[in-house]
Design a protein around this ligand. Structure first.
Ligand code: HEC
Ligand code: HEC
Length: 303
């Protein structure tokens, strides 16, 4: 037993030691970086690398790489988190609230992660490259979101661990951060997780934010769909509480499967054809009405 533990400890160290050490706090040099989205004043990244269980069934371990990014600007604080394993094997995680298959790998001083959203709506490849002196980290991201290309480069300088403080502070909860959040299930969520939940709703129902929201007035309750969604949030919480010991077994996708109105049966051949034609029409329509991105619109993955 002792031998086994020693071996486990040893392989653990070996796994980590084969990985470039990017752990710590990094601050973007915004003059050298090229990013999409509204301008920010501060861009901080906390990177952690540790051995963790990759496969719950086999107990296989691997190095887990976690990126917690915080930006501060006109829109206040925005946080995003991306976690993946560096063993070259795909694993389904979550990014921006949407189930995403993540495959991480190491090549010399470079860590690469490939991400593909369930349903194939968007995908990206991100690399983190450490300079020889270990003081500069360059993050490059290339991807497509609903067919549109996105690119960003972030050049970051190493900071003292104390610089992580703003990222360690608990975020404001949704009921404080936003004007009109009423459901028990969402009120207490940290603001970034609340927004991730909104991305999840859109993805689950195969709709844009405006399916439930009046354009640019997210706090308004004028749309019937938003009112229905509130009832659905309460319903899902009750189903899980009464049947699944409050574990989130039933979710929006369980019934909706990418549809505004859940299906009652498998589609018939003529319905499949009609659905394909409708989807193509809607996509073309969206593309025609989409304003050109203002010098770097936020990719939805970074809201
Ligand atoms: C399926 C319906 C639905 C979709 C789609 C949806 N939302 Fe929401 N949204 C809601 C509901 C319901 C609430 C209120 C939640 C509550 O009361 O707990 C809400 C609240 C919000 C709020 C808080 C507004 C305030 O100040 O009170 C924001 C911000 C928001 N949504 C953003 C988004 C964004 C961005 C998207 C698209 C990525 C989106 N929502 C997609 C249903 C939806
Ligand atoms: C147990 C199955 C089930 C789950 C889980 C579920 N829904 Fe629904 N949802 C339905 C059904 C069925 C309808 C259609 C009801 C009708 O037409 O009267 C519906 C309708 C809706 C509508 C109205 C659509 C429209 O066209 O007006 C919204 C919005 C909605 N759901 C949001 C959600 C959200 C958000 C979640 C997750 C929090 C969710 N639903 C989870 C079954 C479900």
């Amino acid at each position: 037993m002792k031998k086994l533990l020693a071996l486990a400890a040893l392989t653990g160290t070996l796994m980590l030691s084969q990985t470039p050490d990017m752990s710590g706090v990094w601050r973007a040099d915004l003059t050298k970086s090229k990013r999409q989205g509204p301008p920010v004043v501060t861009y901080l990244v906390l990177i952690e690398q540790k051995d963790a269980v990759f496969n719950n069934r086999t107990k296989e371990q691997a190095v887990q790489f976690t990126d917690t990014t915080g930006t501060w600007g006109q829109r206040g604080e925005q946080r995003t988190m991306l976690a993946f394993f560096l063993n070259g094997k795909p694993k389904v995680g979550s990014y921006s609230g949407i189930p995403t298959e993540l495959t991480g790998s190491v090549d010399g001083n470079k860590v690469t992660v490939k991400a593909e959203q369930a349903g194939g709506g968007s995908s990206f490849t991100r690399t983190y490259e450490l300079s020889a002196d270990g003081k500069t980290l360059t993050m490059n991201e290339d991807g497509t979101n609903e067919g549109r290309p996105m690119h960003s480069t972030i050049v970051m300088d190493k900071q003292d661990q104390a610089a992580a403080e703003p990222l360690m502070k608990p975020e404001e909860v949704a009921s404080v951060h936003y004007k009109n959040v009423k459901t028990d299930a969402l009120k207490g969520l940290p603001a970034s997780q609340f927004i991730n939940t909104m991305h999840y709703f859109s993805w689950s129902l195969g709709k844009e934010c405006t399916f439930c929201h009046v354009e640019r007035k997210f706090d308004s309750d004028d749309k019937k769909e938003k009112q229905t969604a509130r009832k659905m949030i309460d319903m899902v919480a009750a189903i899980n509480e009464h049947n699944f010991e409050s574990k989130p077994e039933v979710k929006c996708f369980t019934c909706h499967e990418g549809n505004g109105h859940p299906l009652s049966h498998q589609l018939f051949a003529d319905e499949i054809q009609a659905a394909k034609e409708r989807a193509a029409r809607e996509a073309a329509d969206r593309e025609a009405h989409r304003p050109p991105p203002p010098a770097g619109a936020p990719p939805p993955s970074q809201h």
